[in-house]
Design a protein around this ligand. Structure first.
Ligand SMILES: Nc1ncnc2c1ncn2[C@@H]1O[C@H](COP(=O)(O)OP(=O)(O)OP(=O)(O)O)[C@@H](O)[C@H]1O
Ligand SMILES: [Mg+2]
Length: 388
């Protein structure tokens, strides 16, 4: 009996392409992963040809979904950036997933077409009461770290919380939550999120290999995000925390429009440069009528774990002043702490693994302010009826 992968390949051999050859003969297909009825692969083309190949991706997806035994398919159209494009050496280097590092920046995303907001705004997700974005204009300021620990803090307040990684270019949640497994299908084309610390979690990183060198193009960003929002069994949630990609380019703007957001939490480090980016982030959310729930000052005062000396490596208090200036709530400070970095990068977020420590408390205080800003109530505990 032919394997599922062979059957998928057979179907793909009848998909036409602008090259005039069937898709399987173009050399543009990645390795095809076919497991338990779930099929994932990518089609990599030159950046200039993306438009012409989007319809091929759609045809390929249709063909795969029509293959007997396939329950879900996720097919990415990715583009290789042409080398030696006239920029700096760094700009012409092959695209690579950026390593997470303090202050690390990421290249701006390609602008997807049609980023205008529809008249009624995007539709909500059934069962999800509030969706909030954790964002910043700048990369590497701790959005993902704050998103995970904020979600855990909201959970500790009795809310039912889920986390969505909207960072399609460089997903962080697989690492921050030490998730290696792939999502299971929940019948048809729906996926079951991975559950960690009692919270459903979804990330594109669960579906593609970590080292895949690619830049995801605008249309693919949107379809991947839409799938993760609407084709995942999130269940009933009081709050979905969305870990946003860095920047305020059109791709981020489109995401802010695509996801029905109740509010945005802006993360900034205390220094002026980061605050300028935070300001841009706030302006972007205001532009699309998303309320700003407030600013978090991350990597605030550093307290030496050995001698207890305080030093303001990136300054201190800048985000609070900026919040006051802009008339948005200040949600709290998270210190620059080796512990937070080590625990985050080891997939053991502090709120879950050191719940009695001062850092967990800082995140829970922030969570309480976010909850108050959202005005969501924790669900009443179900009544237990003891039958006589
Ligand atoms: N308060 C903190 N103290 C020490 N290290 C921190 C703190 N917050 C985040 N970090 C570390 O800084 C690095 C970047 O954090 P993180 O990935 O959360 O940032 P990000 O803003 O989501 O980045 P990106 O823009 O790439 O998505 C990580 O190594 C993380 O562990
Ligand atoms: Mg991040």
């Amino acid at each position: 009996m032919a394997s599922l992968k062979d059957e998928v390949l057979a179907k793909l051999s009848s998909v036409p392409t602008p090259d005039g050859r069937p898709l399987t003969a173009t050399g543009k297909l990645s390795e095809i992963v076919a497991n338990d009825g779930k099929v994932f692969f990518s089609i990599t083309v030159d950046a200039a040809d993306v438009k012409a190949w989007e319809s091929v991706r759609e045809l390929a997806e249709k063909a795969v979904r029509a293959t007997p035994g396939v329950q879900s398919a996720m097919i990415a159209l990715t583009a290789e950036r042409a080398a030696g494009g006239g920029g700096s050496a760094a700009a012409s280097a092959p695209p690579r997933r950026p390593a997470m590092a303090l202050g690390g920046a990421r290249p701006a995303a390609a602008a997807p077409p049609g980023s205008a907001r529809g008249p009624g705004g995007p539709a909500g997700i059934p069962g999800v009461a509030a969706i909030i974005a954790v964002a910043s204009g700048k990369g590497g300021v701790g959005k993902s770290t704050v998103a995970v620990n904020l979600a855990l803090g909201l959970r500790d307040l009795g809310l039912k919380v889920g986390i969505l990684d909207a960072d399609i270019y460089g997903p962080s949640l697989p690492k921050l939550l030490a998730i290696k497994e792939r999502p299971q299908t929940a019948g048809g084309t729906r996926l079951k999120p991975i559950v960690r610390h009692g919270m459903p979690v979804m990330s594109i990183g669960f579906l593609v290999e970590e080292e895949t060198p690619m830049i995801w193009r605008g249309p693919m960003v949107m379809s991947a995000l839409t799938q993760m929002l609407r084709e995942v069994d999130w269940g009933n949630l009081d709050v979905m925390v969305v870990d946003m990609p860095p920047g305020t380019g059109d791709a981020q703007l489109t995401m802010a429009q695509q996801v029905p957001l109740k509010g945005a939490v802006i993360v900034s480090t205390p220094q002026d440069l980061a605050l300028i980016d935070a300001r841009r982030g706030i302006a972007m959310f205001r532009r699309v009528n998303v309320p700003v729930l407030g600013i978090v000052e991350n990597m605030s005062t550093f307290i030496c774990p050995h001698c207890g000396t305080r030093s303001d490596i990136f300054g201190h208090g800048g985000a609070r002043r900026e919040a006051e200036r802009l008339g948005v709530p200040f949600l709290g400070e998270v210190p620059l702490a080796i512990d937070i970095r080590e625990k985050s990068d080891a997939g053991e977020p502090v709120v879950a693994t050191e719940p009695d420590g001062p850092h967990a408390q800082a995140f829970r205080d922030i969570a309480a302010r976010v909850r108050d800003g959202l005005k969501v109530e924790s669900r009443p505990a179900p009544k237990i009826v003891i039958e006589a």
